[in-house]
Design a protein around this ligand. Structure first.
Ligand SMILES: Cc1cc2nc3c(=O)[nH]c(=O)nc-3n(C[C@H](O)[C@H](O)[C@H](O)COP(=O)(O)OP(=O)(O)OC[C@H]3O[C@@H](n4cnc5c(N)ncnc54)[C@H](O)[C@@H]3O)c2cc1C
Length: 442
């Protein structure tokens, strides 16, 4: 049973399931001057916070003298030109998607399943969507303006050798004030949705990813079935001839998930949000709309989410490892495994640095009383063990066992990132316990 934080005293994570710090440590940043005064007046460390959707270890303060810079209100468009737009870092992604659409533009990457995150938070953690032809939001950044620990402001762009260090920064280099993003002409997409056997997934998912701009799969390992979505710009769209399941077969799989979920989360009504995250798979209609309309379909419910990037050439090994776990002990998770491929990134701390990957995602929802299924968490531990053994790299913003990874081996550019951090933040005022651990010498 989770102890609920005191909402009046504490700054909490997005779902109010964990405390980050006391309200007295938090400062609402409305302009650069407020931030500069807060930084210069404080003696402790400084943690910028976006919408607080990340695992709390990324948001944590350690000492009572540390301060949290709440960036939500530091939001809005700063300027735009024919091929780019500049936003303040606290702006929610959905605002950016909507405003660009109204201008006939869009960003050249797939969004994640939700778009409530702040731009600063999404970029700091390598937030990504799906599709081998692109990578993460941080890869669309053309320039970053940040405030350092002495209150000075610097702007870096692609002409700086260290730009690939700053574009995914786990919040530990400084407070990002603004970012300039590449934009491209707006395009409507068509998305097909098909329920199929997992054999089709294993045989064709990578190929589908190569052939379509965006693709995503939800795998139900115990039922050996999958739901695959893929989309392209309207003029490029062509349907795949995938072997679909007979009518009614997939419906039983959804019912199984709902039964398991009900046992774990004990909902108070049948149309609760956690159930909707699975019942939506009953709808296999082809849809047309903007990329966020199609792909930002997540219904955020309190959850432990874990996601690990495995090199694409190890896709089959990862599937075998997960199949073994399910064969030995089936039916312990109430949500399907989520598969999303992305292309290479140039960001030094990207789990997809210089190579394409498939991200394997797992979620365990909190029960209505704040508890969490032990079987679900044991399952997450087991899959983490299996996928980290394949060299898998966890999503920075999600849950994982921080002691499991040899960061220096997994991230060949980590030494450069550490040198950059020493240069920009010599007193480590933007570090916290988590970044100290990751950036420590091997
Ligand atoms: C329900 C749910 C769905 C999700 N779906 C996806 C998904 O589809 N794809 C995906 O990749 N991820 C996903 N995530 C993870 C999420 O995108 C990341 O955790 C993201 O970082 C959250 O953004 P935020 O604004 O909440 O940032 P926060 O959680 O507040 O902060 C994240 C990090 O960014 C730093 N930071 C924030 N603002 C600044 C700033 N201005 N300057 C410097 N550093 C800053 C913080 O210090 C922290 O280290 C999901 C998470 C949840 C809970």
């Amino acid at each position: 049973m989770t102890v609920r934080p005191d909402k009046h005293r504490d700054v909490t994570n997005w779902s109010d399931t964990e405390t980050i710090c006391d309200h007295e440590q938090a400062i609402r940043i409305v302009d650069e001057e407020v931030l500069r005064s807060a930084i210069c007046a404080s003696r402790g460390r400084i943690r910028p916070l976006g919408k607080r959707y990340s695992s709390v270890r990324l948001l944590d303060l350690t000492q009572s003298s540390d301060i949290a810079a709440l960036m939500d209100e530091y939001a809005g468009m700063v300027r735009y030109d024919a091929n780019s737009v500049t936003y303040k870092s606290g702006t929610s992604l959905h605002v950016i998607y909507d405003e660009l659409k109204a201008m006939g533009r869009m960003l050249p990457h797939a969004p994640g399943v939700i778009a409530v995150q702040s731009l600063g938070g999404a970029v700091a953690t390598g937030t990504h969507g799906q599709g081998l032809l692109q990578c993460a939001i941080s890869d669309s950044i053309l320039a970053i303006k940040l405030m350092l620990a002495d209150g000075s402001v610097m702007t870096l762009d692609a002409s700086d050798d260290e730009f690939d260090g700053v574009r995914l920064n786990i919040g530990c280099l400084g407070v990002v004030l603004e970012m300039t993003l590449l934009t491209v002409p707006y395009a409507e997409h068509i998305c097909s949705k098909v329920s199929t056997s997992d054999e089709v997934l294993f045989d064709q998912f990578i190929q589908i990813n190569h052939q379509h701009e965006y693709a995503k799969c939800w795998w139900f390992p115990d039922e050996q079935q999958a739901m695959i979505w893929y989309s392209d710009a309207v003029q490029d769209w062509r349907p795949e001839s995938l072997d679909a399941l007979a009518a009614g077969v997939f419906s039983q799989t959804i019912d199984n998930s709902l039964t398991l979920m009900g046992q774990d989360i004990r909902p108070d009504h049948a149309d609760c949000k956690p159930y909707q995250t699975v019942t939506r798979f009953r709808d296999e209609h082809t849809v047309q709309g903007s990329i966020p309309d199609i792909w930002c379909k997540g219904i955020p419910v309190p959850q432990i989410n874990f996601e690990i990037a495995v090199d694409l050439d190890q896709f089959a090994d990862a599937i075998e490892a997960l199949k073994r776990i399910h064969r030995d002990s089936p039916q312990r998770t109430h949500y399907p495994v989520i598969l999303r491929c992305t292309g290479p990134s140039s960001a030094w701390l990207s789990p997809t640095l210089n190579r394409p990957v498939c991200y394997f995602g797992f979620v365990v929802y909190y029960a209505t009383d704040g508890g969490i299924s032990k079987a679900g968490m044991d399952y997450v531990k087991q899959v983490e063990l299996a996928l980290s053994a394949l060299g898998g790299r966890p999503h920075w913003g999600k849950y994982f066992d921080v002691t499991r990874y040899r960061w220096q081996q997994l991230y060949p550019e980590l030494g450069r990132f550490v040198a950059l951090k020493h240069k920009l933040d010599p007193l480590n005022r933007f570090g916290n316990a988590f970044s100290d651990h990751v950036l420590a010498p091997a």
